[in-house]
Design a binder for this molecule. Structure first.
Ligand SMILES: *Cc1c(COP(=O)(O)O)cnc(C)c1O
Length: 465
């Protein structure tokens, strides 16, 4: 399998190179040259498989020659063996047609573990045979940071520098990052906002002599391997609800468009997906884009679902690539326009093409709280604010009554205890396995939000490539 850039002007790479690369050199995102396809019989054959065996079957065409089948199996077993539920991503029934796919049984209680646990092992495996040391840098508003830290802690030949905004992540989120004391993990609290942290990371990548000297790499959802790992649970869930005979819809709480794009990939591979519901909160750029063709950046409104408080959804570019007929030069021109005007419009033809598979809903704070309360009262289940937006979106769209809808439950309710308690009157408890989080020692450095300060800090601690 070869990977091409959405902007058409970067070298094509194999899976190993694309996993280590992050962004393409032309500013685009890597995507498979063509979609692998699964026949009905191949999908039916997934029916009795464990999560690990499903992952091996679904990932094999993406991995190509970069790993043997045995190696891929060992890595998946290592990654998913750390999940606290034997089904890895269990399906739970909410009512007669709605289901939750619980993606939060990993070590840090958010769906990002599903991809990042595997990425950590892929990095280690691919770096083992190379004479390189990688310096991963990232900015987080909460969930990505802890998942990346858990996945990379103690791994050979990788250092991770994770920036979070000082005082602006929850106590649980901060402690999940700062109590990991491995010497290759470096937590930096920035005296600034999440946007400042993200801008600093971008500036480090743009500083080419610095990026080259320390072999900077990224683990945010622009990384193709992350998306590939997320395709697996769409197959796993749909097959359990009757695919390939019965099509299934998915409602996906969306921020950077990574998770829902993985569902799009599953559909392109032949999985019968009735609809993908793009669930947004009041930060609704994607809802506006899909409904009115208006992909224009507004200001971010903070909500109780912070992982969805995003205006520019990086992975939307991957969908736009298909909507531009996979013409990299045409998309590069569109993206240049978007970068200068902060707006892009989708033609009616593009919207119609997207609408074959995608629909969307915008859920405000009141409907989010109502969904949490209904799940608590009607099904005796506590759901987190992100999941609640997915559940509310599933109610809001109009799909045929015989189509089951699976909402992706992206975070454990105990990650957002205050919002859940406000809506339901019940305070969710942290699972036993991370129950001593508040007794553990913390370690992090506080730095001013300047490029000089961050680069100086990294240069002192990272290994030159
Ligand atoms: C990251 C995250 C999302 C958004 O996922 P994207 O892939 O960015 O669309 C939704 N919910 C939770 C809890 C998250 O951590």
């Amino acid at each position: 399998m070869r990977y091409i850039s959405t902007r058409g002007a970067a070298p094509t790479l194999d899976f190993e190179a694309v996993t280590l690369a992050g962004l393409a050199s032309d500013g685009g995102l890597y995507i498979p040259e063509s979609w692998p396809s699964f026949s009905r019989d191949e999908i039916a054959a997934l029916a009795g498989l464990s999560y690990v065996d499903t992952a091996v079957a679904v990932l094999a065409p993406f991995v190509g020659d970069s790993l043997s089948r045995e190696e891929l199996h060992d890595l998946c077993k290592g990654a998913y063996g750390r999940f606290a539920h034997a089904a890895v991503t269990p399906l739970v029934q909410l009512d007669h047609r709605n289901w939750l796919l619980e993606l939060f049984h990993g070590p840090t209680l958010a769906f990002k573990d599903v991809a990042l646990q595997l990425i950590g092992l892929l990095f280690e495996r691919f770096l083992a045979t190379r004479d390189t040391h990688l310096t991963v840098v990232g900015a987080t508003s909460g969930d990505t940071g802890s998942a990346a830290i858990d996945a990379l802690a103690g791994r050979a030949k990788v250092d991770l520098f994770m920036l979070h905004p000082l005082g602006r992540v929850s106590d649980v989120q901060r402690r999940q990052m700062t109590t990991v004391l491995s010497p290759n993990i470096h937590n930096i609290a920035i005296e600034g906002s999440f946007d400042d942290a993200q801008a600093l990371v971008k500036a480090m990548f743009a500083h080419q002599s610095f990026a080259g000297r320390f072999a900077l790499s990224a683990v945010n959802s622009i990384n193709w391997a992350r998306l590939a790992a997320q395709v697996v649970y769409y197959f796993y869930a749909a097959v359990r609800l009757g695919a390939p005979e019965r099509p299934v819809a998915f409602s996906v709480p969306t921020g950077n468009f990574g998770d829902v794009f993985a569902g799009y990939v599953a559909a392109r591979m032949g999985l019968p997906v009735a609809k993908l519901i793009v669930a947004t909160n009041v930060n609704d750029i994607l809802h506006r884009a899909l409904n009115e063709g208006d992909y224009s950046v507004g200001t971010v409104t903070p909500t109780a679902a912070p992982s969805m408080d995003i205006q520019v959804s990086s992975n939307f570019e991957r969908l736009l690539f298909d909507l531009h007929g996979r013409d990299g030069a045409a998309l590069a021109a569109s993206m240049r326009g978007f970068e200068s005007t902060k707006a892009l419009s989708l033609s009616p033809a593009m919207r119609a093409q997207a609408a074959e598979l995608l629909t969307s809903a915008r859920i405000d704070a009141e409907d989010m709280a109502l969904a949490m309360r209904r799940a608590s009262e009607g099904s005796a289940m506590l759901i987190d604010p992100h999941t609640a937006i997915g559940v509310a979106a599933a109610q809001a769209v109009d799909l045929p009554a015989d189509v089951p809808i699976v909402t992706l439950a992206t975070a454990h309710p105990a990650k957002f205890p205050d919002a859940v308690e406000r809506a339901t009157g019940h305070r969710p408890q942290l699972p036993q396995r991370i129950g001593d989080l508040f007794e553990r020692e913390e370690r992090y450095d506080i730095l001013p939000a300047t490029l000089d300060a961050i680069e100086g800090f990294v240069a002192e601690r990272a290994v030159e490539a």
